[in-house]
Ligand binder design. Structure first.
Ligand code: MN3
Length: 234
């Protein structure tokens, strides 16, 4: 899902095994993080999320996290061969010198890759199946879940995210993280929904009106993907 090439595979492994081989392949092997392509055009989420915001968010903001994550690999090469979720779940594995960069940039990469896939111009407009039953049981209704998520998202001071997770105990819960911290760090078993409430996600269209952005954002949620997320242990 996260479009990260394995370190030293195929031609890259051959190139890297040559002494002093500063080839394009060898350089590529040192950049294991790549910007995922979106499965829909930038304008596809209009009028809820405008094309310019999507374009800048994807090509500038997410790309910057990818670039910085690759820079962290240069300082901590082992990162390239680790499962991203394992790194983010336990940041104490990262050396002191790169831990903040890993938290912010590998975290930012994971969060955004998740976010793009959770939105779609089409798809189911409401959750179904097991996810629907679990939401009804945990929150009372889908509308109550939306209220809880909106409260968490509006209540996040500054920049961050609101999430629907399956927690350590296996229960659905709404949480919020600051900056590019991920819900994996909180022990989430599965991450079902997530919404970016950094101003870069909405300012061009909604300026300071975060609640208006959130109300619009719900129209973009890919509930089919959310159901898949619900059934997937990370
Ligand atoms: Mn963002």
């Amino acid at each position: 899902m996260l479009h990260r090439r394995h370190f030293l595979t195929g031609a890259a492994a051959v190139a890297a095994s040559l002494p002093l081989a500063r080839t394009a392949w060898a350089q590529e092997a040192a950049k294991p993080f790549t910007l995922p392509k979106l499965s829909y055009p930038y304008e596809a989420l209009e009028p809820h999320i405008d094309a310019q915001t999507m374009n800048i968010h994807h090509t500038r903001h997410h790309q910057a996290y990818v670039n910085a994550a690759n820079a962290a690999v240069e300082r901590w090469p082992a990162l390239a061969s680790m499962k991203i979720e394992d790194v983010l779940r336990d940041l104490s594995k990262a050396p002191d010198a790169v831990r903040t960069s890993v938290r912010n940039n590998v975290g930012g990469h994971w969060n955004h890759a998740f976010f793009w896939e959770l939105m779609t111009p089409g798809g189911a407009k409401d959750p179904g199946g097991d996810l629907r039953a679990a939401i009804d049981q945990a929150f009372g209704s889908v509308d109550k879940l939306k209220e809880r998520m909106n409260q968490a998202a509006v209540g996040r001071f500054g920049s961050g995210w609101a999430w629907l997770i399956v927690d350590k105990a296996g229960k659905l819960d709404v949480v919020s993280t600051a900056n590019q911290d991920t819900p994996l760090e909180l022990g989430a078993r599965s991450v079902v929904l997530g919404v970016d409430v950094w101003e870069h996600a909405y300012y061009l269209k909604y300026q300071n009106r975060r609640p208006d952005y959130l109300a619009a954002w719900w129209n973009t949620v890919n509930w089919t993907k959310a159901s898949e997320n619900f059934g997937r242990n990370l």
